[in-house]
Design a protein around this ligand. Structure first.
Ligand SMILES: Cc1cc2nc3c(=O)[nH]c(=O)nc-3n(C[C@H](O)[C@H](O)[C@H](O)COP(=O)(O)O)c2cc1C
Length: 354
């Protein structure tokens, strides 16, 4: 029995956000000294050359990353690296600190291996995140920075928000993500309208003299046509990839009483929908895809890779499966690749699409 399987029932008695904060506190302690970091890495890292992959000019030692939202303020990137993740995406970072929505705003749906959140872009703001990255140094794995607008910003201000955060944090990033798909921030205007997206990308491009790769994170709830229109705009601006998907507002097929809470649903019930979107995008473009939504095992990661994802990320699967999640997925993935005669993840990307 793993330590986590003993701790989990206790942690799950606490409100979800309190448990998350305690978990992050433990990770902060674990990363605070060299020996504890090394101890974590010795216990949890899994290396295998077949898992290495290069995308948008960055080398990943494995394709399993931590999704945005887990470490919004870059507090535990070193611990996440030691736990064997191949990359970590911090954020969503906004220009100024924000409280987010009132608590409670994070709910477990245990029967469904899912969560609902309506955090609403709570965070420390870009200056504190920048100071922390400077003080703590960058993790040894690639770092993504997910950027967003203030909740109160209108359309014009939003563009300026993205520009400011990009300007401040892109020097630390292996890639930057423009997040236009959060279902639980106030809708001041249509963030995914082609006009708005074009204005955002134009502005960021002007700012991007270091040629930092830029990805766009999309939601799972738009019709296929709008998703493909967005992909066309991403291609038009020669951006570097798509992250699919954010959480969903759908509540289909759930059992847990917490399904009635409003917010974005993540975890197992999102798995098939996000894989379907990855497949649709991969059939339409050669842009790199980062697949996210319900990844909690080697099989679910492999399915997304075969559907066209070059990299995968997870949040909810980490909460349900604990610190050995990345190791278990990577070990299993290496086995699945070998079973199917692939020498590398690269060879398996998109294996299921025509
Ligand atoms: C509590 C919570 C907070 C999140 N915050 C963000 C965020 O700030 N920015 C973002 O792009 N996605 C955010 N997400 C979405 C995740 O990055 C991911 O897209 C989604 O949870 C689906 O993956 P999963 O099923 O592995 O959790 C958040 C998810 C959760 C559960």
């Amino acid at each position: 029995m793993s330590i986590y399987s003993r701790i989990r029932p206790l942690a799950f008695k606490l409100p979800a956000e309190t448990a998350h904060e305690l978990g992050k506190g433990a990770l902060r302690v674990a990363q605070s000294t060299r020996p504890t970091r090394a101890g974590l890495a010795a216990a949890y890292r899994f290396e295998n050359p077949a898992l290495e992959i290069e995308r948008f000019g960055t080398k990943f030692s494995n394709p399993v990353g931590v999704a945005a939202g887990f470490d919004k303020n870059a507090e535990v990137t070193h611990a996440l690296s030691a736990l064997g993740f191949g990359f970590v995406e911090i954020g969503t970072v906004t220009p100024y600190p924000q409280e987010g929505n009132r608590r409670p705003r994070l709910f477990r749906l245990r029967e469904d291996e899912a969560m609902v959140n309506r955090m609403g872009f709570n965070g420390h703001g870009m200056e504190r995140v920048k100071e922390r990255l400077q003080r703590d140094g960058l993790p040894s794995i690639p770092l993504g920075v997910n950027i967003g607008k203030m909740n109160t910003s209108g359309e014009r201000e939003a563009i300026e928000d993205y520009r400011r955060v990009f300007d401040r944090l892109s020097p630390f990033a292996d890639y930057v993500v423009v997040n236009v798909s959060c279902p639980n921030t106030p809708e001041e205007f249509d963030e995914s309208s082609p006009e708005h997206l074009r204005a955002v990308f134009e502005t960021i491009e002007v700012e991007n003299d270091r040629d930092v790769p830029i990805l766009v994170k999309i939601g799972p709830d738009s019709p296929e046509e709008s998703i493909l229109d967005l992909v066309d705009i991403v291609e038009e601006f020669e951006l570097d990839g798509i992250i699919a998907t954010n959480t969903t507002t759908s509540r289909d097929g759930l059992e847990s009483p917490n399904q009635q809470e409003w917010g974005g649903l993540s975890g197992a019930p999102l798995e098939d929908r996000s894989t379907e979107i990855i497949r649709t995008i991969a059939e339409h473009t050669d842009l790199p895809i980062v697949g996210v939504g319900g990844v909690d095992s080697a099989e679910s990661a492999y399915e997304k890779i075969r559907a066209g994802a070059s990299l995968v990320q997870l949040y909810t699967g980490f909460v349900y499966n604990g610190p050995s999640t990345a190791k278990a997925i990577n070990k299993g993935l290496a086995g699945l690749l070998a079973r199917d005669g692939y020498r590398s993840v690269e060879e398996a990307v998109g294996a299921d699409i025509s």
